[in-house]
Design a protein around this ligand. Structure first.
Ligand code: SF4
Length: 290
């Protein structure tokens, strides 16, 4: 629960606030853009204005439930009147919220697809996700993009009886995994779900290309909202920037096109597949100089 006595003083006056435990993971700003933004003074999140419409109040509740440090809150209300996660993003994709501090607030997703549902990366464990996820058909497979964002994957997999996939090079982060992705070649795990290894951010990082047009990138690729271009995290590259440049280049040449990008960290984006192809090649071209 957010701490009213630690309310950030730069926030807009009113009942909604962010406390001073914010770790600047960005997640609240992704679900409540225009309401919560980075404070230029110290780089953490604040409400730049109070929500007014029912839609904006729902966005604020999503910020409450996405925040890994429980820093977003309301002066008198603790919980949303109805669950705000899983949040339907279209095409069967749902943001799960309840981001974990163990993954520094990375987003995770549920993809509902004809009785073979996927959880891509994992949130912190909460019973508040169980019943709504059961109503959507449960979870058949947990796909982990890399070692950093496993959070409470084991508990969700155990509860739903799901298989768990991770790349062999990040396996020690999920020793309970039932299936391994090996090597650098793309692999169709189940019909319509391709794992594309992209060593770089970590040695075992993987992109998941789903149903011919959805891309789940973990921490390997994101959208730079300010510049409206694709980006990779140079200062959060734990294995090899050279390898990440090479592997994203291989992906650009793979012919796996996408028009929706869902990230662990950073901004997600919808755009024409030609825009993504052009921007991905431009990013790969810029990376050696970073
Ligand atoms: S989700 Fe929480 S910790 Fe992350 S930026 Fe927002 S307020 Fe800060």
């Amino acid at each position: 629960m957010a701490r009213l006595d630690a309310r950030h003083p730069a926030g807009a006056p009113g009942p909604w606030f962010v406390d001073d435990r914010c770790i600047d993971c960005d997640a609240a700003r992704h679900v409540a853009p225009g309401l919560i933004e980075r404070n230029p003074g110290d780089g953490v999140s604040i409400f730049v204005r109070q929500p007014e419409t029912p839609e904006e109040i729902e966005m604020a509740w999503r910020a409450v439930d996405v925040c890994p440090t429980r820093s977003v809150g309301h002066e008198s209300e603790r919980r949303p009147p109805a669950p705000v996660f899983p949040h339907d993003l279209g095409d069967g994709v749902h943001r799960l919220g309840h981001n974990s501090t163990s993954s520094f607030g990375a987003h995770s997703y549920l993809v509902v697809r004809n009785g073979a549902n996927l959880m891509i990366d994992a949130p912190r464990w909460t019973r508040r996700l169980i019943e709504p996820t059961e109503r959507l058909g449960g979870i058949d497979a947990v796909l982990l993009t890399h070692r950093d964002d496993v959070a409470d994957a084991e508990r969700y997999a155990s509860h739903f009886g799901a298989e768990v996939w991770i790349h062999a090079d990040d396996r020690d982060a999920a020793p309970y995994a039932t299936d391994l992705i090996e090597g650098d070649e793309p692999d169709e795990l189940v019909p319509g779900v391709v794992a594309f290894p992209v060593p770089g951010h970590t040695k075992g990082s993987v992109l998941f290309h789903v149903d011919g047009h959805l891309l789940f990138s973990g921490d390997s690729l994101a959208w730079d909202r300010a510049r409206d271009q694709l980006m990779a995290f140079r200062r959060a590259c734990w294995y090899s920037w050279e390898a990440q440049t090479e592997s994203l280049g291989r992906f650009a040449d793979s012919g796996l096109r996408f028009d929706r990008l869902f990230c662990g960290h950073g901004w997600s984006r919808d755009a024409d597949a030609d825009w993504f192809e052009r921007e991905l090649r431009a990013l790969v071209g810029r990376m050696p100089s970073r």
